[in-house]
Design a protein around this ligand. Structure first.
Ligand SMILES: *Cc1c(COP(=O)(O)O)cnc(C)c1O
Length: 225
């Protein structure tokens, strides 16, 4: 299957999931995760109509960004070491993995303008996953008011892998409830309208639960390495 065909299938699934949930498909953006594919395939994705690209490592991001730059919006979705912030800060439009104050401080220091960030939350509590515990999120958001170059645009999570995607629903629902709680505080620095959740195997469920960005790798661009 070509990227173009995969994208059409995914768009169709997004529309169906939105219809089931009474949402508008206009409010769901697809991020093509290109970490497992070549620059050529990332270019094909852009040609096929992909507008958002996600990478989880600074090398991958820099390589693809240099070639494609303004043809896409750039998302950093992986664990971010503070010393790598300076390598990516002038290239990314969104960072999805803010999970500690030391990282917020570094982003704030290196930022050239407002940096749109998602707070990563470890909803499922799996030890292998990064992110804040759900009950730490509100106080963390409050502390981010000290870093004027950061804007908290939403929350992000990764659900545990499961054979039955339906098992992920409570995780996505919990993230939505947390997002609504952050929003209800009306923090000036944290409008928090977005939910970054859902990957190849579980994006339909994530959308039913309110995802505004889905991060799709394998099902969209495949896996070459
Ligand atoms: C790799 C990755 C994805 C995409 O995974 P697929 O299962 O290939 O769709 C999404 N989000 C993050 C944070 C990733 O690292």
């Amino acid at each position: 299957m070509s990227v173009r065909e995969n994208l059409a299938t995914i768009q169709e699934q997004i529309e169906k999931a939105c219809a089931r949930a009474g949402r508008s498909a206009d409010h769901v953006q697809v991020i093509a995760v290109t970490k497992y594919v070549s620059l050529q395939t990332a270019e094909n994705a852009v040609d096929a109509g992909v507008r958002h690209i996600g990478e989880n490592r600074d090398e991958g991001l820099r390589g693809k960004w240099q070639a494609l730059r303004s043809s896409a919006t750039w998302h950093f979705i992986g664990t971010l070491q503070s010393r790598k912030v300076k390598e990516i800060i002038d290239k990314v439009d969104y960072i999805h993995s803010l999970d500690r104050l030391s990282l917020a401080k570094e982003i704030n220091k290196r930022a050239k303008g407002k940096v749109r960030c998602f707070i990563q939350v470890n909803v499922s509590g799996e030890v292998s996953k990064h992110g804040l515990a759900p009950d730490e999120v509100i106080s963390f958001v409050e502390k981010l008011a000290d870093y004027p170059n950061l804007e908290v645009v939403g929350l992000m999570t990764m659900a545990p892998h499961s054979e039955d995607p339906e098992d992920t629903r409570p995780v996505f629902r919990h993230l939505r409830e947390l997002r609504d709680e952050v929003r209800s505080n009306h923090f000036g620095h944290a409008p928090c309208h977005h939910l970054s959740m859902g990957m190849s195997n579980d994006y339909r469920i994530a959308i039913e639960e309110g995802a505004t960005f889905v991060r799709i790798g394998t099902a969209l661009v495949g896996k070459e390495f």
